[in-house]
Design a protein around this ligand. Structure first.
Ligand code: FAD
Length: 378
C-alpha cells in the first residue's frame, strides 16, 4: 500500500498558466485551489466571509479523504493538526452499555479527528504555498457563459470557474436552477465541551428516534452532535442557537454517562436536516461545481467534506490530463457522480438505521455503513 501514501505529481500539461477562479474557501474550495495550483494553474479564490474561520468544531477525515490530502502534500501538516481515531464504539444510550467496538487502528492512512479551523487553516496555507491567492470578503454574484463572473468587487475572468460555495450555492442555482430540499424529520444539535478524560475513539450513543455522536479533538475539546426526530422544522442552516435544556430534555431518559456529558453543554446550535437532490448538471463550458454545491450530504456517514476533497482532486487531475478543460470536466463528472450518489444513499440509510428500535439491528446496520468509507477513485 506504500504507493498510496506518497505525494502525487500533476503533469502540468493542460492547466499550466490557465486561470482558475474558485468560489468559496471552504474545505472543497481550498482543496481545489491547492490541486489546481499544483497542476500549474494561476489560481484565485474568492470567499464571501471577511475571514477564513470555520464555525463549528469537529470534522472526521476518513482514510479516503486523508489519502487524497497526502497526495496533495498535506500529510505532515495533517498529522500535526489532528488526532488519530482508535475506534468507533456504539453504546446503548438507554442502559449506557457498550454494544461493540469497531477497531480503526488498522486503517491506513489513519482515520482522523480535526477541529475544522485546523483543517481549513492547513488547507489555506498549503494552497497559498502552492501559489494560490485568496481574496476574502468577495462574494460571487453571477456567472456568464464565457468564463466571466461578477463579484461584489467587480468582474473576474477565468478559463475555469470552480463553484465550491457550499450548501446554499449560487453556482448550483445558476447551473441547475433552484430545487426545493425536503425536511428529513430530524434536527441536529452540535456543541463542544471541555474534554475531561482522555478519549481515543468516537462513541455513538443510540436510542429509539435519537442518537449522539461524540469524539475528542486535539484542542482539549469533546465534539458532540446529537440528532432527534421531529415532525417539522422551518429553517435550514447551521447557526441557530438553542437552549441547552432542550438538548438535555431530549435525552433525559438515557444513561447517566450520557446525561453527565450533555449537562456540560452551554451553547448548542441546532439545525434541521434536509435532503437535497444531487445536481443534474455539474459543469457548463467554463463552470464546474463540487462538494456540497453539487451534492449536499446528510452527516450520517461523515463523508461530506471527504467527498468534497475527493471531488477537488479528481477535477484537477482530469483537467490536468484531458485534451481541454471541457473534456476534463466531463470526465470528472463521469467519475464522481456514481460514487457520490452511492455515498449519499448510504448516509440516507444511516439516518434511519441509527434510530431503529432494536439495538442489535442498529449495530448490524452501523457496522455495514459507518465503516464503509470506501476507497477513493481517481
Ligand atoms: P463549505 O465548507 O460549506 O464551504 C463553502 C464556502 O463558500 C464557505 O466558506 C462560504 O462562505 C463560501 N461561499 C458561499 N457562497 C459564496 C459566494 N457567493 N461567494 C463567495 N463565497 C461563497 N463531513 C465529513 O466529511 N466528515 C465529518 O465528520 C462531517 N461532520 C459534519 C458535522 C456537521 C455538524 C455538519 C453540518 C456537516 C458535517 N460534514 C462532515 C459535512 C461537511 O462539513 C461538508 O460537506 C463540507 O464542509 C462541504 O465542503 P464545501 O467546501 O463543499 O462547502
Amino acid at each position: 500500500m506504500q504507493h498510496h501514501m506518497t505525494e502525487f505529481e500533476f503533469t502540468g500539461r493542460q492547466m499550466r498558466g490557465k486561470r482558475v477562479a474558485v468560489i468559496g474557501a471552504g474545505i472543497g474550495g481550498l482543496t481545489a485551489a491547492l490541486a489546481f495550483a499544483r497542476a500549474g494553474a494561476v489560481v484565485e479564490v474568492f470567499e464571501q466571509a471577511a475571514e477564513i474561520k470555520e464555525v463549528g468544531a469537529g470534522i472526521q477525515i476518513s482514510p479516503n479523504g486523508a489519502r487524497t490530502l497526502i497526495a496533495l502534500g498535506c500529510g505532515p501538516a495533517m498529522e500535526a493538526a489532528s488526532l488519530k481515531a482508535a475506534h468507533v464504539m456504539p453504546v446503548d444510550a438507554l442502559t449506557g452499555r457498550k454494544v461493540t467496538l469497531f477497531n480503526l487502528q488498522d486503517q491506513m492512512p489513519p482515520y482522523r479527528f480535526f477541529h475544522r479551523a485546523s483543517l481549513i487553516g492547513l488547507l489555506a496555507r498549503a494552497a497559498q504555498d502552492a501559489g494560490a491567492k485568496i481574496y476574502l470578503g468577495v462574494r460571487a454574484v453571477s456567472f456568464g457563459p464565457d468564463g466571466g463572473a461578477s463579484t461584489s468587487e467587480g468582474p473576474i475572468k477565468a478559463d475555469l470557474i470552480v463553484g465550491a460555495d457550499g450548501i446554499h450555492s449560487i453556482s448550483r442555482v445558476l447551473t441547475n436552477g433552484a430545487a426545493e430540499p425536503t425536511f428529513t424529520g430530524q434536527v441536529a444539535w452540535r456543541a463542544v465541551v471541555p474534554l475531561r478524560k482522555p478519549m481515543v475513539g468516537a462513541q455513538v450513543w443510540m436510542a429509539p428516534r435519537r442518537h449522539v455522536v461524540m469524539y475528542p479533538l486535539m484542542e482539549g475539546l469533546l465534539n458532540i452532535v446529537a440528532v432527534q426526530e421531529r415532525k417539522t422544522w422551518a429553517a435550514e442552516g447551521w447557526h441557530h442557537a438553542d437552549d441547552p435544556a432542550h438538548l438535555q430534555a431530549a435525552f433525559a431518559d438515557c444513561a447517566s454517562g450520557l446525561q453527565d456529558v450533555l449537562s456540560k453543554v452551554e451553547a448548542p446550535l441546532i439545525w434541521g436536516l434536509f435532503r437535497h437532490p444531487v445536481a443534474d448538471v455539474w459543469h457548463t463550458k467554463s463552470v464546474a461545481i463540487l462538494g456540497d454545491a453539487a451534492h449536499p450530504t446528510l452527516p450520517f456517514l461523515a463523508q461530506g467534506a471527504n467527498l468534497a476533497i475527493e471531488d477537488a482532486f479528481v477535477m484537477a487531475r482530469c483537467c490536468d490530463v484531458s485534451t481541454d478543460v471541457q473534456a476534463g470536466l466531463a470526465r470528472y463528472e463521469a467519475l464522481r457522480k456514481p460514487r457520490v450518489t452511492r455515498a449519499i444513499a448510504a448516509a440516507n440509510a444511516n439516518a434511519r438505521n441509527y434510530h431503529l428500535s432494536g439495538i442489535q439491528r442498529r449495530v448490524a446496520h452501523l457496522g455495514l455503513k459507518t465503516l464503509g468509507a470506501v476507497a477513493p477513485q481517481a
